[in-house]
Design a protein around this ligand. Structure first.
Ligand SMILES: NC(=O)c1ccc[n+]([C@@H]2O[C@H](COP(=O)([O-])OP(=O)(O)OC[C@H]3O[C@@H](n4cnc5c(N)ncnc54)[C@H](O)[C@@H]3O)[C@@H](O)[C@H]2O)c1
Length: 260
C-alpha cells in the first residue's frame, strides 16, 4: 500500500525526525508536529493548543491519515515533562484516532522508554492513571520541590505504556481494527542524551542504569525502523505491546523471569 499518510509528533529532532525521513524515503507522506520546524507548530504541553490539533491535522490531510506516531517528549526533572510526555501523547492518540477511521490499515504508536521499568512516584502514577492533569501538576510540583523531580520522567513513561496496553483492546482501538503499541527505547544518540554521553564518566553512569550489550547505544533510525513496521500494513495482529528496543538493557536488568 504505497502513499500512506503518517502523523509524527516530535518530528523536528531525534527519533521523530529519523522516523519522518525514513517514511518519506519509502514514499509515504508525513505531517510533522512539533514546537518548532514542523508542518504544524503546536506546543503539546499546552491544553489549548492540544485541543486544536485534530482540526489542524484534518486541514492538512482532508482525506484522513493512516498512522499516528506520538514521539514528542522531554526528559527534564520538571513538571513540563508531565504535560508533554503523558498528556501531550494521550491527546495526540485520542484526538487523532478519529482521523484514522477512514484508513484501510490504521495504526498508532507511542514512544515510552526503558525508564518505564525504573522506580516511579506512586502518587504521580495514580494521577496519570486517572488522567487528572491538575492533580498530576500538583504532585509533580511537589516532587520537584522535594528534590524528587527525577521520578517524573519514568512515571510519565510507565503511565503512557499502561495507557497503551489498557486502551489497545477496547472497542475504540482493537474493535476499530487499529493496532496500538508503544516502543521503549534504551539509550539512543539524540540531543536528549547528548549531555549524558558527553564524558566517559557520564556515559559509564548512563550505561550502568541502561546497559547496552548489543551493539552499544543506538541511532534514532534504529527506533524509526520499528515505528515504521508497527505502523505498516504488515502489522495486523501486534497490539498492546511495549517493545523495548534497548540494546539488551531490559533482558540484562530484569532477566528471563518476567512472566509470573
Ligand atoms: N534518546 C533516548 O535515549 C530516548 C530513550 C527512551 C525514550 N526516548 C523518548 O523518545 C522520544 C523522542 O526523544 P528524542 O531522543 O528523539 O529527543 P529529541 O529531544 O531529539 O526530540 C524530541 C522532540 O520533541 C519535541 N517536543 C518537545 N516538547 C514538545 C512540546 N511541548 N510540543 C511539541 N513537541 C515537543 C522537541 O522539539 C523535539 O523535536 C521522547 O518521547 C523520549 O522521551 C528517548
Amino acid at each position: 500500500m504505497a502513499g500512506r499518510t503518517h502523523l509524527v509528533t516530535g518530528s523536528a529532532s531525534g527519533i521523530g525526525r529519523a522516523t519522518r525521513e525514513l517514511l518519506e524515503s519509502r514514499g509515504d507522506r508525513v505531517v510533522g508536529v512539533d514546537v518548532r520546524d514542523a508542518d504544524i507548530v503546536c506546543d503539546l504541553a499546552d491544553p489549548g493548543q492540544r485541543a486544536g490539533l485534530r482540526e489542524r491535522v484534518a486541514a492538512l490531510a482532508p482525506a484522513g491519515i493512516d498512522a499516528v506516531h506520538a514521539v514528542a517528549g522531554v526528559a527534564v526533572p520538571q513538571t513540563i515533562t508531565v504535560r508533554v510526555n503523558f498528556f501531550g501523547a494521550v491527546a495526540t492518540l485520542r484526538e487523532l484516532r478519529e482521523l484514522l477511521t477512514g484508513s484501510a490499515a490504521p495504526r498508532a504508536v507511542a514512544v515510552s522508554s526503558l525508564a518505564a521499568l525504573t522506580p516511579v512516584s506512586p502518587e504521580l502514577l495514580a494521577a496519570l492513571r486517572a488522567e487528572d492533569e491538575a492533580r498530576a501538576i500538583e504532585v509533580s510540583d511537589a516532587l520537584v520541590e522535594g528534590g524528587e523531580g527525577g521520578l517524573i520522567y519514568s512515571t510519565t513513561k510507565r503511565a503512557i505504556a499502561e495507557w497503551v496496553r489498557e486502551r489497545s483492546v477496547t472497542p475504540e482501538w482493537a474493535g476499530a481494527g487499529i493496532p496500538l503499541n508503544a516502543v521503549g527505547p534504551g539509550v539512543i544518540r539524540t540531543p536528549m542524551t547528548a549531555e549524558l554521553m558527553a564524558s566517559p564518566e557520564s556515559r559509564e553512569a548512563l550505561f550502568r542504569g541502561a546497559p547496552v550489550p548489543l551493539n552499544g547505544p543506538a541511532e534514532p533510525i534504529n527506533v524509526a525502523y520499528l515505528l515504521a513496521w508497527l505502523t505498516s500494513e504488515e502489522n495486523r495482529h501486534t497490539t498492546g505491546q511495549v517493545i523495548f528496543s534497548d540494546s539488551g538493557a531490559d533482558a540484562t536488568l530484569r532477566g528471563p523471569r518476567i512472566f509470573d
